[in-house]
Design a protein around this ligand. Structure first.
Ligand code: NAD
Length: 488
């Protein structure tokens, strides 16, 4: 923690339309460039006071906000999209630097986030209640769709700007107000966005953005009885804690948690497509994506061919500094803790008998920074930690299986249930996988990356509820049934 920085940027919370420094502890958190380990900014270390102030502001603003016609609320979302587009390069550079995301991908995240606000603005005239037939003469039954109230949106570091929009856009469109807690690891792009909000002219308190540790301000936000729904994107561990805190006030939770996506390569697969998509899916944002391919099952008939091509493609992955280098495929891991976690998992896999085909260690090529080599591991067992637990790094364990049945069985043998992928040209295998894979998403012959009009929802420990599309909007709506009896 820092207290005395003079030359680096100092950010603030955004509460009730105003910028606020650290109230609870007086302390600030250092934000590092993961490629150089340099401190690039500090953000306030929020606690109970900021949590209470932000929730109070959101409560005070919610009634009036909910009374606005949805098309008027949608206009604010459109204005947010425009502000993002006008500042797209600055926002992408901030994002690339704070989280070591290659510039191209950082730019995609910013641009898709602008589209996301526009997309949900488009629902203003499209979400509907229902009229239901009554059992009684002269009675009508209406189902109204109403805002829940105050949303707490807790964000991770891996797609911080996009995930913030995933919570803000549907919440505000439907008449909720929101308190966003940004990640302590990558808060800067979200906070830079708050500095642009004067151009949007949102009513005070409708959108509040606070920073700090999960165990401090995060807990304070999830314990508050005035919160209607807590929407967390993060690890399974944080999901457990948030659910436990929410239980106190029976607060609704929406949880987007970790994954351990299987990729199945069938004997009839287009091998070029499979290799390209699996490598892309594993090294995108240095393997730090919840829906990344985390384990591969290959039918034995094509195992040798697949492994040879996969190894060549992994060896060709170009690694560099996300802020300075162009034409790179991946960069550093977010922080030392993640780097050590990845390294530990690979070492334990080796101790258990697995073999490294390429990579397998921290990279010292750049002198500084949290770099890990693109890695392939074989001779792994289904019950090994590396096949069961989320790695969240550029490490791909590959297992030979007898046939498609064995691949399906192993793929489903997981505590996670977020995404899955199958490489096949056989329609019967596609139909079986569609029915039998127990995951929120199944991708055929393409990398795992969801569309904003789809529905991103984890099964089992990967979460509760979901985001995106019309079903994602429902997450932020309360249904009220109204019975009206005609009296004359
Ligand atoms: P994390 O769980 O460490 O942190 C996520 C957020 O939760 C942070 O803002 C953190 O401060 C907060 N938090 C932690 N403990 C808390 C508590 N007790 N109360 C309230 N808030 C608390 O996750 P991360 O390391 O930032 O992100 C990586 C994880 O997120 C991976 O497991 C990844 O799979 C998952 N993820 C899932 C999705 C999805 O859509 N399913 C998307 C992105 C990331």
């Amino acid at each position: 923690m820092s207290s005395n920085h003079t030359t680096i940027a100092k950010y603030q919370h955004y509460i009730n339309g105003a910028f606020v420094g650290s109230l609870s502890s007086g302390g600030y958190i250092d934000v590092l460039d993961p490629c150089t380990e340099e401190v690039i900014a500090v953000v306030p270390r929020g606690g109970q006071k900021e949590a209470d102030a932000a929730i109070d502001a959101a409560v005070a603003a919610q009634h009036e906000w909910s009374l606005l016609p949805s098309v008027v609320r949608a206009n604010y979302l459109k204005a947010m999209a425009n502000v993002i587009r006008e500042n797209r390069v600055m926002l992408a550079e901030t994002l690339a630097r704070e989280q070591a995301k290659v510039k191209g991908l950082a730019q995609v995240e910013i641009d898709v986030t602008a589209e996301y606000y526009d997309y949900y603005a488009g629902f203003a005239r499209a979400y509907e209640g229902e009229i239901i037939q009554s059992d009684r003469p002269g009675e009508q039954i209406f189902l109204h769709k109403l805002p829940i109230g105050v949303v707490v949106g807790i964000c991770p570091w891996n797609f911080p700007f996009f995930v913030m929009a995933r919570k803000v856009a549907p919440s505000l469109l439907t008449g909720n107000t929101i308190v966003v807690k940004v990640s302590e690891e990558a808060p800067l792009t979200c906070l830079a966005f708050t500095k642009l909000l004067d151009k949007v002219n949102l009513p005070k308190g409708v959108l509040n953005v606070v920073c700090g540790y999960g165990s401090e301000i995060g807990e304070a936000l999830t314990n508050n009885k005035n919160v209607g729904i807590i929407s967390l994107t993060g690890s399974v561990d944080s999901g457990h804690k948030v659910m436990a805190a929410a239980a106190k006030n029976i607060t609704k939770v929406s949880l987007e948690l970790g994954g351990k996506a299987p990729a199945i390569v069938c004997r009839d697969a287009d091998m070029e497509v499979a290799v390209k998509a699996i490598v892309a899916s594993r090294i995108i944002y240095s393997g730090q994506v919840c829906n990344c391919a985390e384990r591969v099952y290959v039918e034995e008939a094509v195992y040798d061919e697949f492994l040879e091509k996969l190894t060549a493609a992994m060896k060709a992955v170009k690694v560099g500094n996300a802020s300075n280098d162009s034409d790179i495929d991946m960069s550093a891991q977010i922080n030392r803790k993640q780097l050590d976690k990845i390294n530990g998992m690979v070492e334990r896999a080796q101790s258990a008998g697995a073999k490294i085909v390429t990579g397998g260690k921290k990279s010292t090529a750049f002198g500084k920074g949290y770099f890990y080599e693109p890695t392939i591991i074989v001779d792994v067992k289904q019950d090994a930690e590396i096949m069961q637990k989320e790695v969240f790094g550029p490490v791909l364990p590959v297992m030979k299986v007898k046939d498609f049945d064995e691949a399906l069985k192993h793929a489903n043998d997981s505590e996670y249930g977020l995404t899955s992928a199958v490489y096949t040209r056989d329609i019967n295998k596609m139909l079986r996988a569609t029915k039998e894979l127990k995951f929120g998403e199944v991708y055929f012959n393409r990398e795992n990356f969801e569309a904003i009009q789809g529905f991103h929802a984890g099964w089992r420990k990967s979460g509760i509820g979901g985001a995106d599309g019309k079903h994602g909007l429902e997450e932020y709506l309360q249904t009220k049934t109204v019975y009206i009896q005609q009296t004359v």
